[in-house]
Design a protein around this ligand. Structure first.
Ligand code: SF4
Length: 649
């Protein structure tokens, strides 16, 4: 079969090609993606495999040799539910270990429509450039005129040059400055967050990546695929959960989050907020006074985000997409911002300046607590008071961080590094995992906590964190999926290792096939699971996959990430523990008042988790046996050479 660029295609689902862009020389090479997708399918699997093989330990995240790898999956851009995703891989600037991000919107599908499964960006351009990828070819353009522009201004300029249908990933001033809190923004509001990828892109002098495509994504069995996509849609629509998400987005669960004590009030000094305060920014306020309409990623029926407009008030006029759960944790919870207009303004500013909201809020909340405790004062803040709830102070700090001014040049390193730079005991108030700021409160939900703490990229719930406790699933439901009856208990340790292990493999697989995690069993056990994804993948690619195959693939990807962390960051079991203050300071209010962590209980849960992975329960090291079983000989070789593997039984 020939595609519309005249190139021979022997793949269904996949586009068949990858791009390798060397920004130092300006050379762009087109490669066949066959050998890569054969082994690791696509998306996160393909990206992490390439990263592991090509980046030597000791090379820093801002070194031109650190590649930024964008990878779609075989189901990206198809009619499968949630197919508007793109995985990004690279070395993590905040942790020194594995970096992995996943972004929605339209860029992932557009990359496929432009004829590519992945783009590997290496080197560093002498001057700012942007990359246009269009129908089988790619070109670098001068971006000097975009220097200093926000992501929104950049998108406007690029669309003026390349048409309204162009899909854009860009960085703002924070990324240009290589601030570790910088992220990459897609479609004005979607963030490829965490890991400092905005800074990595900035260090390469790459202002934007633009996709425009008109090529088809062929599937092997079009009728069968359509029927499966429709079946998947009906399965999701048979629940009340989808209606709740379409009506309220993830913020519909703010009350539930507070009742579950997962709101990190005032930099995690409590995990619960006064309900009256929270009501000021509850979903009905936005629904009635600000909401314009639902929005979604490419073709997705979920439509679980919204366009908001502030027509009056201090921050008007303002139109912005967003207000998801993270915004509640990060700015409503950590900083007590309860002015709805200010919350929207902060959301918009994060997007425009290209700043990851979890890491940005983590550093700012640290500064507020240090100010409260007298560790820093107006001398350090250049005359600013940092009082909880002061949105103007938060916004001023964000601008200083993006532009590297005053205390902003310290805070834009993220909470962990900022605390180290400040000293005077500040470190104990930096709430981070492996060096990356934590978004949510975790003391009262042990399954969520384990998944978040052991996440390879550091402090992210989009790995193994489980919502089964908050969902209150029954012992029977829990047993049927996870092999333990205790998945529905929120504040106990028992059974959580099994649930987290299951979700880790599952999430890696979902990212690898190129779909969104939301229509899956992560959100509701009646949503899509490994079996449904395997059917869709088989019909799309014409290759036979089972649910077990996908979980095996997820396990391989997870083991590559674990090995990367061992080799590049030297992480060990001590890095798989929650922040120290969570063992000493209990939750102060709410239904789980008194909850905190116990070291012995955590250690037992962690060791069980290591055992399930087949890793050494004491050292957490991967074993030769498991890596052989997974067919990861190249990983085994590198770990053996570094003396970081357990040999024998
Ligand atoms: S479920 Fe939501 S986040 Fe996921 S692809 Fe659909 S619209 Fe995007």
């Amino acid at each position: 079969m020939e595609d519309r660029t005249g190139t021979t295609m022997n793949r269904y689902g996949w586009a068949g090609h990858m791009l390798r862009v060397d920004l130092s020389s300006g050379k762009i090479r087109k490669e066949e993606s066959d050998s890569y997708v054969d082994e690791f399918v696509g998306g996160r699997g393909l990206g992490q495999n390439l990263l592991f093989r090509e980046l030597a330990p000791g090379v820093g995240a801002l070194d031109p040799r650190n590649p930024l790898i964008l990878a779609a999956g075989p189901l990206t851009g198809t009619l499968a539910p949630g197919s508007g995703r793109l995985s990004i891989s690279g070395k993590n600037l905040l942790t020194g270990g594995i970096g992995s991000s996943n972004v929605g919107g339209h860029f992932g599908p557009e990359l496929k429509y432009a004829g590519f499964d992945a783009v590997i960006i290496e080197g560093k351009s002498a001057e700012p450039v942007y990359l246009l990828i269009e129908d089988g070819k790619a070109t670098l353009y001068d971006a000097r005129h975009l220097r200093g522009k926000t992501t929104w201004e950049t998108e406007e300029e690029v669309r003026r040059a390349h048409g309204r249908t162009a899909r854009i990933l860009s960085i703002g001033p924070a990324g240009e400055r290589s601030a570790p809190v910088a992220c990459i923004i897609a479609d004005r509001a979607r963030a490829a967050g965490r890991c400092g990828f905005g800074a990595v892109m900035g260090s390469k002098n790459l202002k934007a990546i633009v996709g425009r495509g008109s090529l088809p994504v062929e599937v092997a069995d079009p009728d069968g695929f359509m029927a499966l996509a429709e079946k998947a849609r009906a399965q999701v629509f048979s629940t009340a959960t989808i209606q709740r998400l379409r009506t309220h987005g993830t913020c519909g669960s703010v009350g539930r989050a507070n009742a579950s004590c997962t709101i990190p009030f005032r930099n995690f000094q409590d995990d619960h907020m006064d309900e009256k305060k929270l009501e000021r920014v509850a979903r009905p306020v936005f629904q009635e006074s600000y909401q314009v309409r639902n929005l979604s990623c490419m073709g997705c029926f979920f439509q679980d985000t919204f366009l908001y407009e502030a027509k009056e008030g201090e921050y008007a006029p303002l139109r912005v997409e967003g207000f998801q759960q993270n915004l509640v944790w990060d700015f409503v919870g950590k900083l007590e911002i309860t002015d709805p207009g200010a919350v929207l303004a902060i959301q918009a500013l994060c997007s425009k300046l290209g700043m990851d909201m979890d890491n940005t809020s983590g550093a700012i909340a640290l500064a507020f607590e240090l100010f409260e405790k007298g560790i820093i004062g107006e001398k350090e803040t250049e005359g600013m008071r940092l009082d909880w709830g002061d949105h103007r102070a938060v916004i001023r700090l964000m601008e200083k961080m993006a532009h590297g001014e005053g205390i902003g040049s310290i805070l834009n390193q993220g909470g962990y590094r900022a605390a180290k730079a400040i000293g005077k005991g500040a470190e104990q108030y930096a709430v981070h995992i492996k060096g990356q700021d934590l978004a949510e409160a975790i003391r009262a939900d042990k399954g969520w906590a384990l998944g978040t703490v052991v996440a390879p990229r550091g402090g992210g719930h989009l790995n193994g964190a489980t919502m089964t406790g908050m969902m209150r699933i029954s012992p029977e439901e829990s047993m049927a999926v996870f092999g333990t009856p205790y998945g529905g208990e929120q504040d106990t340790y028992r059974g959580k290792a099994k649930v987290v292990y299951w979700y880790e493999l599952f999430k890696s697989a979902v990212d690898t096939v190129g779909l969104c995690y939301f229509p899956s069993k992560w959100v509701d056990l009646r949503f899509l699971g490994p079996g449904e994804y395997a059917e869709l993948l088989s019909a799309a690619t014409g290759k036979k996959f089972s649910g077990d195959d996908l979980m095996f693939l997820g396990r391989k990807v997870h083991n590559i990430e674990k090995a990367f962390n061992t080799l590049h960051a030297g992480f060990g079991p001590e890095d798989d523990y929650p922040p120290g203050r969570f063992f000493e300071e209990p939750v102060k209010s709410g239904p789980y008042a008194g909850a905190l962590f116990d070291r012995g209980e955590w250690q037992s849960m962690l060791q069980e988790y290591y055992r399930l992975h087949g890793w050494d329960p004491k050292t957490g090291l991967q074993t030769e046996e498991i890596l052989k079983e997974l067919g990861l000989g190249f990983v085994q070789e590198k770990l053996t050479k570094a003396g970081k593997i357990r040999r024998g039984p």
